[in-house]
Structure formats: C-alpha cells, structure tokens
Design a protein around this ligand. Structure first.
Ligand code: ZN
Length: 535
C-alpha cells in the first residue's frame, strides 16, 4: 500500500494486538486504494495462519479472496445496489456463521450512495453486530454518510498519491517490465492521474500502446493533450523576456497541438509557483523535492522579480477562471498572456525584444513605451522601439483620466493584488497636467510609496505613457476625503451607505416592529449587516 503508511501502521498494530473493530470506514478520492486495502484486510482477518497483519497469500482463504470467490466475503457496490430490499436481504444473511472463514466480511463500496432506508437497515446490524461479522465501508464522500453510521465505524482516510509517489511507482513497474521510457514522460502520466494509482496505471497502459512500447515525453504529451514541461518553460521564458512574438508563437503551437487552454494556464501557474519557491529558498531546493531544480527554473527565478512572478501566477489563475466567459478558448488563453506582458514592469517588448529594461533615467515615467515623457501627446518623437511596437499585438489604450471618477474607474481595472494596488486605492486624485497625474497620499501610508514604480507600470499598460506625482499629505487618518477622489474613501462610503440601508430596512420591517412593540424586543446594535456580508 504505497503512500498510505499511516493507515497501514494503525491497522497492523490493531491486528497484531488483536484489537479488532467490527466496522471500518476507508475514505479518500477515487483510485487511492480503498477497496484494495479492504480486500487485504479481509485476508488479514481470514488467513488460515490466524488473524495477522501479514496474510500468507497461499492458504485457501487467501487464494479465494484474491480470486474473488471467497464465500464469506461479500462485496457490494452501493452505487448500483441502493435499494433497501437488497440491503435487507444482504443483512439477513449476516446472522449465519461464516462457511469457511473466521469472519464474514462485508465490503460496501461507495457507501454514501445507499438510500436512507438502506442505511437504517444497516444501522441495526451495526448497532448489534454478530461476533463473526466485519463491515468494511469505503467512500469518496464521507460527508454524505449519516453520523449514526460514521460514529460506529473506525475511520481511516487514505491520502491521494503525490506526483512523486506515482512517478516512483510507475518507474518501478516500467523497469520491471523493461519498457524504455523518458523520465519527464512519467511526470506527465503521474500528473494526469490526479493522485489516483488506478488512473496512473490506465494512463500508463495507453501511453505504452500509443508509443508502441515506449513511453516518450512528446508522445505522452500529445496523447494527454497537455503541454510538455518544455513547452510551458518556453512560454515562461518568453514572458520573462517580454517577448510578445515568442509567447504568441508558442501559444499558437500549443493550441495547434490540441492542448486545452485550461491545462496550459494550470501548468504555467504550477511553474510560477515553483519559481516563487526558488526565489524564497536561495539554495534552490524546495522542501520535499527530490532532485535539484533545473537550471532553466533558476534562470527564470533570476529573470523575473518576485512581484512579477506573483502577477503572472495571479493572471494565470484568473485567466483560467474567466475562460468560460472568453469568446473562445484560444482568445481567453492568448489574452491571459498578453495581460501578463502588459502588466509586467518593462512592458511588452517587440518581437525578439530584449531584457525589458524598465524606465531608465527619466525618473518615474513610462519611457519603455517608446514615447518621450512629458511631451504633448501630439508631438511624437519616434524612437526605434515604436516600430517594433507597431508589430506587437495592439492593446487599445484608454484616455488619461481628467477627473476623480475617471481616476477611480481606471484603478478599478488594475489587478487586485499587491502593494501597487494598495497604493492606487489609497491615493487621492488631485488633477492632471499633460501626462502627469497629480495625486496625494496620506502621510500614514507613506510605506506604500516604493510601490509607485510598479503602479506606474500597471497604469502605463492601460493608458500608455504617463507620469505620476504623488504628494505626501499630512492629513490625519480620519480626516474626511472626497469620496469621488480615492477608491478607499469611495468604498468606505459605499459600505457605510449599505450599512445604513440595512439598518433602516430592519427598523422598517413589520415583523421586527411587531417584535419590538408586542414583545418588548430590541435590535442589538452592531449586529445588522448588509446581506452579502451576513455569512
Ligand atoms: Zn493465508
């Protein structure tokens, strides 16, 4: 029983000390080995050598259980036998002593599927079980098993296999069967199995058949319609280099190979998570990881700064969630990556674009966008980058804000995380002069100031060349701010108004009024909440 050592240890101890319970419940996702474990336990209980954690495997009960024809072992799949009559019939048989074995063992798989009446019928037997009777229940969904049943079972939860555990198992099988394989292919198989041993084996069978007796990365990737790690890595390298063309070409190739947008975004997110770990652990070895990380990952960890990795991860997650709303899969996928390129500091470079050097020299101006800062929008000096930009995917720019409400609308479009976002929410709109936005920040938030470079990059992605000028304001924390000029003030105001509305509506509720006037009730201050905050 690979990966279930905690359960095996507890059961072994119980069997060795002969402390047997009359009902066991194994829980865990599909394919982790619940029924396998149940059958092993049935052998432990019935082996001719005596109750033992190590059944001999050669005696008559052991062999018959393996062959599935042991008279005193009954396996029921509750998913197909949910009717109460069947359960009653089954349980009526329970009172008779075992024919050949020591115990009559009932294995009931997917027990949560039983009807309420069937559960009740079973409960009677569970409450007063005959001494020769053992129940082994298995379920993927213990929440749906009645508490009355749960409380009479000894419960063990089986853990899903980790990718590493599955890989080592598959590795072992392939070596034993002398099937040639590429190690990277095994990771793809293991990942596709989502923690299930059973699934990993069936995927492996398909992979061997598909690869005519070999398990190779490219073949498995195309069989599963997933990206090989190489493809996702190339994608990430393109993002890190702000190389729009490389990213778009890679996406095109992946979509062409039949990969789903969801898988691409998921794999990309997983890679970003690994990179984030590497950035935190300078020795480059993540806890639990066996092998040292590939050099390419280390290069990525160096090429992207930590906030950028977070940004990419976040966009991959939200991109996945928003796929259902996208015009089509390819569009949703492409937009997610274009968004990363747009929001990364340094912005999207053109095809073959270099290292994405951020605004240099010009102070806080989005010079990377190619237009000289501070000039009138009409005067367009054309530095070399602009030619490249013309070929890059066009991202429609929005007009610069002129009023407080326009500023708020702009901030609402920024990604919802990070100190840059906090800064954006807390600054108050003052005015605009040409491309310079004048803002003020309450002095008690001055720790957010270092994020202004990042905020500038985010803004530039939406409005093009822009400068910001943030003035520290000595206002006290509670001083009123114009609600149309800062997101925090607006949101606070909104919350207060919704709160007031909620309190008013409670005060006017006829039932509440009658509770107060007829029964002397009172509304406890501070307990009324607008509806969406109630939970
Ligand atoms: Zn035996």
């Amino acid at each position: 029983m690979l990966g279930q050592e905690h359960v095996v240890r507890a059961l072994t101890h119980a069997l060795e000390t002969n402390r047997l319970h009359h009902a066991y419940l194994f829980t865990g996702t599909r394919g982790v080995g619940k029924t396998t474990l149940a059958r092993i336990l049935a052998k432990c209980l019935n082996c001719a050598t005596g109750v033992t954690p190590t059944p001999c495997g050669v005696c008559v009960p052991c062999q018959e259980i393996d062959a599935g024809r042991f008279n005193d072992l009954l396996e029921v799949d509750a998913a197909t036998n949910t009717r109460v009559e069947e359960m009653r019939e089954l349980l009526d048989n329970a009172q008779y002593a075992p024919v050949v074995g020591r115990f009559k063992v009932y294995i009931i798989d997917e027990v949560h599927m039983l009807s309420k009446h069937a559960f009740n019928a079973m409960l009677k037997t569970l409450e007063e079980p005959p001494a020769h009777m053992k129940f082994i229940l298995a379920t993927t969904d213990p929440q749906k098993v009645p508490v009355t049943v749960l409380s009479r079972c000894l419960q063990f939860s089986l853990k899903p296999m980790t990718v590493d555990q599955l890989v080592s198992r598959i590795d072992h099988i392939l070596q034993a069967e002398q099937v040639p394989f590429e190690p990277a292919a095994l990771r793809l198989v293991a990942r596709a199995a989502h923690g299930s041993v059973r699934d990993s084996l069936s995927v492996l069978d398909q992979a061997i058949a598909f690869g005519s007796g070999r398990v190779e990365t490219d073949a498995v990737a195309s069989l599963l319609g997933v990206g090989s790690d190489d493809a996702v890595l190339a994608l990430a390298q393109g993002v890190a280099a702000r190389d729009s063309r490389a990213v778009l070409e890679m996406l095109d190739r992946m979509i062409g190979a039949g990969q789903s947008a969801e898988d691409v975004l998921q794999d990309f997110g997983r890679l970003m998570q690994q990179v984030a770990l590497l950035q935190l652990l300078p020795d480059g070895v993540a806890p639990g990881a066996g092998d040292p990380p590939p050099a390419e990952w280390l290069a990525l960890a160096a090429a992207l700064d930590a906030p950028s990795v977070q940004l990419c991860y976040q966009i991959a997650l939200s991109g996945r969630r928003d796929l259902v709303h996208a015009p089509d899969e390819a569009a949703g996928l492409t937009m997610s990556f274009l968004r990363m390129l747009a929001f990364l500091p340094g912005g999207p470079a053109g095809p073959g674009g270099g290292s994405g050097g951020a605004a240099g020299g010009g102070g806080l101006s989005a010079a990377s966008h190619g237009r000289a800062s501070g000039g009138s929008p009409l005067a367009r000096p054309a530095p070399p980058v602009s030619a490249a930009r013309a070929q890059a995917p066009a991202i429609a720019l929005q007009p610069l804000p002129d009023t407080g409400p326009q500023w708020l609308a702009l901030v609402d479009q920024l990604p919802h995380a990070g100190t840059a976002m906090e800064l954006a929410r807390n600054v108050t709109w003052l005015h605009r002069s040409e491309q310079r936005l004048h803002l003020s920040l309450p002095v008690h938030h001055k720790l957010l100031l270092p994020a202004q470079e990042r905020l500038l990059a985010l803004l530039a992605a939406l409005v093009g060349p822009v400068q910001i000028d943030i003035r520290l304001d000595g206002v006290v924390a509670d001083a009123p701010r114009a609600v149309e000029h800062s997101v925090v003030a607006r949101d606070d105001d909104l919350r207060e108004r919704r709160q007031a509305a909620a309190e008013t509506s409670i005060a006017q509720d006829p039932l509440v009024i009658s509770l107060i006037t007829d029964f002397g009730g009172r509304v406890v201050q501070g307990t009324v909440r607008p509806r969406d905050q109630a939970a």
